[in-house]
Design a protein around this ligand. Structure first.
Ligand code: PBG
Length: 329
C-alpha cells in the first residue's frame, strides 16, 4: 500500500461510504444500565456526582424500568443500598431485603427485562468492605459462604444473572456450587474478573454509600499496573464456571479488554464506571466538550477494544443517540 496508489481518504468522502466501511457498530443490545435501589416508597434521589442518575425506592424503580424497556436496552444491573448495615452484611441475603424487593418488582412488571444483580457486601457492611473482617483485613474463605447465600437469595427472588464484584479468590466456584445445589444450574454468572483498585469508583461509592470506613481495597482489588495478572484472574474465573468475564474500569484498561478478548473464548463485558461517566458530564456541563459525541466515542472505543457488553450509566442516552443520530455527527 503506497501513496498515491492507495489514498485512504477515498473511502471517507461521504457519510454513506464511511458507514459502509465502518468496522465497529454500537448496538442498543450491547448495553446494561446500572440502577441503585434504596428502601422506602416514592423515592427518586438525584445523585450529585452522577448527573442524570438516581437512587430509587423499589416502586419508583419499576416506573423507571418502563423507560429502560422502551429504550430497547435489554438489561439492568442492580445495586441495593440498605438502611441497616452490620459486620456481616446480613441484609444482602435477607428475603425482604431491598435488592430482593426490587428484583421481584421488576420481574413481575417486565418479565422480558434481564435483571442482573451485583453480588458484593460493601453496600451492606457497616465497615464498607466487600467481605468479613478478621484481624484488620477481609477474610477470603469465610466471605465465600455469604456470597453464595447472597447469590442464591437474588436468584430465588427472580434474578436472571448474578455478577460477583467482591474479588475474593474462589468466589465464582463457591457461587456456582451454591446455585447448582439448589437447582439453579441454568443461571449464568457474569464475573467481575479483572477488577482494579480504581479511583474512578468515587461517585459510585457516594451513590451506594459503600466507601470503606478504614483502609482501602488494595488487598483484594487488582493493582492498576498489572496486565498478566488480569489474564490469570480471568482464567481462574472461567475454570470456576464464569459465563461472562468482565474488565473494570473500561477506559484506562482498554488494553486489558483487548487481551482478554484475544486470549479467551468467552463473552467479555466492560464496566464504564461512575468516574468515567462523571468526568464526561462535568466537562459537558461546562461546555468544554460535546458530551454526546464524547460518550459515543468512548462507548465505541470500548466495543472496538473487544467488549461484547458494556455496563454504562450512559445506556439510555446512548440508545436514544443510536436511534436518532443527530446531524452534527
Ligand atoms: C461493589 C462495586 C463497586 C462498583 C461496582 N460494584 C465499587 C467498589 O468496588 O468500590 C463500582 C462501579 C462504578 O464506579 O460505577 N464492590
Amino acid at each position: 500500500m503506497r501513496f498515491p496508489e492507495y489514498r485512504p481518504r477515498r473511502l471517507r468522502k461521504n457519510d454513506t461510504l464511511r458507514k459502509m466501511v465502518r468496522e465497529t457498530q454500537l448496538e442498543i443490545s450491547d448495553f446494561i444500565l446500572p440502577l441503585f435501589v434504596v428502601e422506602g416508597k416514592g423515592i427518586k434521589n438525584p445523585l450529585r456526582s452522577l448527573p442524570g442518575q438516581f437512587q430509587y425506592s423499589p416502586d419508583m424503580l419499576v416506573k423507571e424500568a418502563h423507560e429502560v424497556v422502551r429504550s430497547g436496552v435489554p438489561a439492568v444491573i442492580l445495586f441495593g443500598v440498605p438502611l441497616e448495615k452490620d459486620a456481616v452484611g446480613s441484609q444482602a441475603y435477607a428475603k425482604e431485603g431491598v435488592t430482593q424487593q426490587a428484583i421481584r418488582g421488576l420481574k413481575d412488571a417486565y418479565p422480558e427485562l434481564i435483571v442482573i444483580t451485583d453480588v458484593c457486601l460493601c453496600e451492606y457492611t457497616d465497615h464498607g468492605h466487600c467481605g468479613i473482617i478478621s484481624h484488620g483485613d477481609v477474610d477470603n474463605d469465610s466471605t465465600l459462604d455469604i456470597l453464595g447465600k447472597v447469590s442464591l437469595s437474588h436468584v430465588q427472588a427472580g434474578a436472571d444473572m448474578v455478577a460477583p464484584s467482591d474479588m475474593m479468590d474462589g468466589r465464582v466456584g463457591a457461587i456456582r456450587e451454591a446455585l447448582d445445589e439448589s437447582g439453579y444450574e441454568s443461571i449464568p454468572i457474569m464475573a467481575y474478573s479483572a477488577k482494579y483498585c480504581s479511583a474512578f469508583y468515587g461517585p459510585f461509592r457516594d451513590a451506594a454509600q459503600s466507601a470503606p470506613q478504614f483502609g482501602d481495597r488494595k488487598s483484594y482489588q487488582m493493582d492498576p499496573a498489572n496486565s498478566d495478572e488480569a489474564i490469570r484472574e480471568v482464567e481462574l474465573d472461567i475454570d470456576e464456571g464464569a459465563d461472562i468475564v468482565m474488565v473494570k474500569p473500561a477506559l484506562s484498561y482498554l488494553d486489558i479488554i483487548w487481551r482478554v478478548r484475544t486470549s479467551f473464548n468467552r463473552p467479555v463485558a466492560a464496566y464504564n464506571v461512575s468516574g468515567e461517566y462523571a468526568m464526561v458530564k462535568a466537562a459537558a456541563q461546562n461546555n468544554w466538550i460535546d458530551g454526546e459525541r464524547c460518550m459515543l466515542e468512548i462507548l465505541t472505543s470500548i466495543k472496538r477494544a473487544g467488549a461484547d457488553l458494556i455496563i454504562t450509566y450512559h445506556a439510555l442516552e446512548a440508545a436514544r443517540a443510536i436511534l436518532q443520530p443527530s446531524r452534527k455527527r
